[in-house]
Ligand binder design. Sequence first.
Ligand code: GRG
Length: 298
Amino acid sequence: MDDFKSIFLKKQNEIEKILSFYSSKQLSHYNQTIIEAMNYSLMSGGKRIRPIFLLETYKLFSDHTIIVEPFMAAIEMIHTYSLIHDDLPAMDNDDLRRGLATCHIKFGENIAILAGDGLLNRAFEVMIEGTLEHSLGDRGLKAAKCLGNKSGTYGMLGGQATDIIYEGCAMDMDTLTFIHKHKTSALIEASFMMGGYLANQEVDVVEKLERLGACIGMAFQIQDDLLDVYGNVEELGKIPMSDKKNKKTTYIDIKGVAESRNSVNDLLDEAMVLLHEFDYDRTKYLEAFITFLRERRY
Ligand code: GRG
């Protein structure tokens, strides 16, 4: 595990450089504040799991990794925009994120809304630039379309909207599963699928990657529910018990702690089985990642 953690840290450092390279740059003093707000949140740490999944999935098939870098930056930009907006007073109204003041606390609500919008736009700009620069054609377009789909109304945004509509209401397992699958899992599914599309894989392979992402995404969200109750502010970098504060039904409310933990293990077991259908010599890092996820505390 120590070995895994040092490689994880190295990969995170590489991603910081990629994000910094693709981040929006200040063109005049007029756009200073919005660029500062966007980059404050983008460069504020975070586990960077989505770009890592994208890169490692691509590496199941190819080593020419330079072409995936704009897409790694783009998925983290979309993720960061969703966190900025999720923290707003109109949504979860949180003051702390990744151990720092949330974007609206630091820059004001109006600028934070625009910073989220700015990152969303920039994500598509860098994917299109990357597609043109590396002549990726269909590969780049399919990856960008996938990210648009999985982060939009049919994915993360749709899940977030349902989550808001059901706030404070009794909820059954089907509704909660819909919310988790869309709000959290969809973007993780995209990270695996985009790696497949960029490596020019056929539909059946991308579908397998989508299921792999779904297992990891659902396990990740159930763990998030558990950590919201049992985690601490130092490890999480955010204030726990946010679900209770926002009157949200969680997996634990419906299934209980023991069964929630069992679901995490079952989903990660399925992910491991799916992963073993790929080239054995290339799956080591993702295998270690699944093992790390089983025990994650943050
Ligand atoms: C506002 C359109 C819109 C969507 C918001 C991301 C999201 C959807 C809501 C966040 C609420 C939340 C805490 C969901 C649980 C799973 C999740 C996405 C956790 C945060 O992701 P991590 O743990 O965060 O990868 P870091 O900070 O490590 O990047």
